[in-house]
Design a protein around this ligand. Structure first.
Ligand code: FAD
Length: 495
């Protein structure tokens, strides 16, 4: 019986995450026969994209654009919500600022200018969006105000997003091959003509007019993590899929593609200390611990080591995982008092959280395993004395409520740790995805060192280099996958 691997296709996409699915659907829109190869099983389909909360960053001018992708937004919701705006220029500037002005301007421009269109397109595929209340806007005096450049998330989070795209692809007549690992590109007569895969223990060859690589970064490859990110990163937890081991990048490098971007960099967050080595789909993003702007993060000496309130969480969380990795034994505790409990993200309330609680700071200190209690108590005393209490607290804005005179300042949202019960959460470094990858042009064609395209080869998603350096603005990974996936799919279909 013939299966999907027995045919030749116009376009073969490697990887069924958000980027690959966006590429495959777009190639179908252009009339191409499409096959998507997926290393994981049908149950775990969707790669890292499945693990996400579905939060997406895009440029918009006001509530009308939000309404265009959330048509069921009620007037009552619109009235009690300040969505603000997120102009293209601000998105572009945020990309430049957080990457220390290293993000490639042309790639960034493509990402930003196509971001709203990408949301409209996803909506047209059937993806439902919702305002990201609570995660991206706190309710103060009955009103929500969005901050940090993210206002919406997909209904059902990452699973909701990818399952809708799989359904759309099926409806559009695209084909899928699960548990099929691409291992090598077929290159003949000066162009890519297919993919060699391992499926059911056999090596097979699938012929293609063009190939789109969308197989993610190399974060789940322990050896590559250590080699490129550095010593100690072999011990980091991987937040998402076990499948993204750099295959897409390696296959292209084998053909002379140019490595590009921040190869020693990665997106890494504070992540539950006892989370498994790679992601667990039953918990998904729940191991993240990202409410630290409202509390303190301390190391084994009981010392603070970052400005928890330097900026909105969306602009610090992707680098603070590295800050935790640099602490003794790669762990930290996040400490909160009861004044901020109401604002903690849902992930703090899950059963799997590594949490201790107490009514006294002394007892809490004794329960925080690995932490020097005396150092911790002295730090809290000094911190409490440094909080500028006269500045009003407001988690919806950068409130300027800071500390004075501490070696490690807290710039916003500084409140005394003085109201029991207290709670502390143990975290380590969780790697989301690696920043280094392939160089692409404006058509998403993969380039060689002399900047010529490898004929028939395109790329999108985590495995493109040049967008992220040092840091990452939250919610831009999914947007990047859809923007560049659509470009890659259209280019591949036109070969
Ligand atoms: C816990 C978590 C939460 C996140 N939250 C958000 C968020 O809210 N918003 C946001 O924008 N971003 C978020 N991200 C980042 C986001 O997941 C990525 O930026 C984005 O999903 C990458 O999409 P992709 O299609 O490139 O990769 P993926 O979605 O990982 O897809 C790659 C696919 O390729 C497959 N594959 C790998 N190797 C092979 C091979 N050799 N052959 C065949 N298939 C292969 C994998 O199995 C996988 O399905 C989060 C990530 C994690 C882990």
């Amino acid at each position: 019986m013939n299966g999907p691997l027995d045919k030749a296709y116009d376009v073969v996409v490697v990887g069924a995450g958000n980027a690959g699915l966006s590429a495959a659907l777009t190639a179908r829109e252009h009339g191409a026969d499409v096959l998507v190869l997926e290393r994981g099983s049908a149950e775990e389909r969707g790669g890292n994209s499945r693990f996400t909360a579905g939060a997406m960053r895009f440029a918009y001018e006001g509530v009308e654009e939000i309404r265009s992708i959330i048509p069921d937004l009620s007037d009552e919701e619109a009235e009690r919500t300040d969505f603000g705006s997120y102009p293209e220029d601000t998105f572009f500037d945020d990309m430049a600022r957080v990457t220390q002005y290293r993000a490639h301007p042309d790639l960034t421009d493509l990402l930003v200018r196509n971001s709203y269109d990408a949301m409209r397109w996803l909506h047209a595929q059937g993806v439902r969006f919702l305002p990201a209340y609570k995660r991206q806007a706190f309710e103060i005096d009955g009103r929500f105000k969005f901050w940090g450049g993210i206002a919406v998330e997909s209904a059902g989070g990452g699973p909701g997003l990818v399952d809708t795209l799989f359904e759309a692809l099926e409806k559009a007549g695209g084909e899928m091959a699960y548990r099929t690992r691409a291992v090598e590109l077929v290159y003949e007569g000066g162009r890519v003509r297919g993919v060699r895969v391992v499926s059911g223990g056999e090596v097979r060859e699938v012929a293609a007019g063009a190939v789109v690589l969308a197989a993610g970064g190399f974060q789940a490859n322990t050896a590559w993590r250590t080699r490129y990110l550095g010593a100690g990163y072999d011990l980091a937890r991987v937040r998402g899929t076990w499948c993204n081991t750099g295959d897409g990048i390696r296959m292209a490098l084998d053909l002379g593609a140019m490595p590009y971007g921040h190869w020693s960099g990665a997106h890494a967050v504070p992540w539950d200390l006892n989370a498994p080595e790679t992601g667990d789909l039953r918990v998904g993003d729940g191991f993240s611990k990202l409410s630290y702007p409202l509390g303190l993060m301390v190391n084994a000496r009981g010392e603070r080591f970052v400005d928890e309130g330097a900026d909105f969480r969306n602009y610090t969380y992707a680098k603070y995982g590295h800050a935790v990795a640099r602490q003794p034994d790669q762990f930290a505790w996040q400490v909160f008092d009861d004044k901020v409990t109401q604002y903690l993200r849902d992930e703090y309330h899950i059963m799997q959280a590594t949490r201790v609680r107490s009514d006294t700071l002394e007892d809490l200190a004794a329960k925080m395993e690995g932490v020097d209690p005396a150092g911790f108590l002295a730090m809290v005393e000094a911190y409490n004395a440094a909080v500028q209490d006269d500045i009003p607290f407001d988690p919806n804005v950068k409130d300027g409520r800071c500390t004075a005179g501490l070696p490690v300042p807290k710039t916003h949202w500084a409140t005394k740790i003085d109201t029991p019960p207290y709670a502390a959460y143990a975290v380590t470094c969780g790697i989301t995805f690696t920043f280094g990858g392939l160089r692409i042009d404006e058509k998403a064609a993969v380039l060689t060192f002399d900047l010529t395209p490898i004929a028939g080869l395109y790329a999108a998603g985590e495995l493109i280099g040049g967008l992220y350096y040092h840091n990452y603005p939250g919610g831009s990974g999914l947007t990047s996958g859809t923007v560049f996936g659509r470009i890659a799919g259209a280019s591949a279909a036109s070969v």
